[in-house]
Design a protein around this ligand. Structure first.
Ligand SMILES: Nc1ncnc2c1ncn2[C@@H]1O[C@H](COP(=O)(O)OP(=O)(O)OP(=O)(O)O)[C@@H](O)[C@H]1O
Ligand SMILES: [Mg+2]
Length: 245
């Protein structure tokens, strides 16, 4: 009995994120219905689906930026659904929004510094990860290219020293050479840097290649959950889920 209780506890402790019975949206509008999933520590989850199915809303709900109508969000075993955004951030959730949200009138350096919290990720380490940001350290937010903005958005999230990283379409609208470089960084963050990651991507194959599990949304509901490798190995199922889902 005691052994059983201990193993349940151990399982719960190893869980980074658990979402259950989620119903959320904007004001009284409901976008997500009955969304449920869990993610182990150091796990990487791809969230896929066509435009407008609720991918951004799902990340925004984990971050506390939407109206929650029902359901639970647990981070490292602790309920967080009633906490405001800044408390979730302080607990260790880092958000890279689809719209980047870089301060246009602050320099690269200042954009990084405003997000700084103590931990192993410092400005120096962010510059090592993205040497281009070091070169552009005095440039203002409104002087940056799309690729630089995305590097800065990821760098700023790292400066908060999170355990869980929410990445919303980090490759969207970028030139192929930039996509390759960013993808390598995301791969490193997942494989070598012990982050737990949720990756929202339109490029389904790319997202499946760097994650362990996948979730497909359609009209705010989960229509598929399973290992990324299985979906990657079945292009017909993948196409059916994303194109027709
Ligand atoms: N701020 C908002 N207020 C009201 N409705 C919104 C808001 N943001 C998004 N929506 C609606 O919620 C639904 C889901 O949008 P969401 O942005 O989560 O989709 P998505 O899967 O991220 O799409 P995309 O692939 O285009 O980024 C859409 O119908 C959208 O119109
Ligand atoms: Mg989106």
């Amino acid at each position: 009995m005691r052994a059983c209780a201990r193993s349940i506890w151990a399982t719960r402790m190893a869980e980074a994120l658990r979402v259950a019975g989620l119903r959320a949206g904007y004001g009284r509008t409901v976008v997500l219905e009955d969304v449920e999933f869990s993610l182990p520590e150091r796990g990487a989850l791809a969230v896929l689906g066509r435009n407008g199915v609720g991918k951004t809303t799902l990340l925004a709900t984990v971050m506390g930026r939407t109206s929650l109508h029902a359901g639970r969000v647990e981070f490292q075993g602790r309920p967080i659904e009633s906490l405001p955004v800044h408390r979730r951030n302080r607990l260790g959730i880092g958000y890279v929004p689809q719209t980047r949200e870089i301060f246009a009138s602050l320099s690269v350096e200042e954009n990084l510094d405003v997000a700084a919290r103590p931990g192993r990720w410092t400005r120096q380490r962010v510059y090592e990860l993205f040497p281009r940001l070091a070169e552009r350290r005095t440039a203002y937010g409104n002087q940056l290219s799309g690729g630089e903005l995305q590097m800065l958005a990821i760098g700023r999230a790292l400066m908060g020293n999170p355990a869980l990283l929410l990445l919303d379409e980090p490759l969207e609208g970028l030139a192929p050479v930039i996509v390759t470089g960013l993808l390598e960084v995301i791969r490193r963050l997942i494989r070598d840097e012990a982050f737990t990651v949720i990756l929202v991507e339109q490029h389904a194959k790319v997202a499946l290649e760097v994650t362990q599990s996948a979730l497909v949304l359609s009209r705010g509901r989960v229509i598929h959950q399973g290992p990324s490798a299985a979906l990657l190995a079945d292009p017909r199922q993948l196409a059916a889920l994303i194109v027709e889902g």
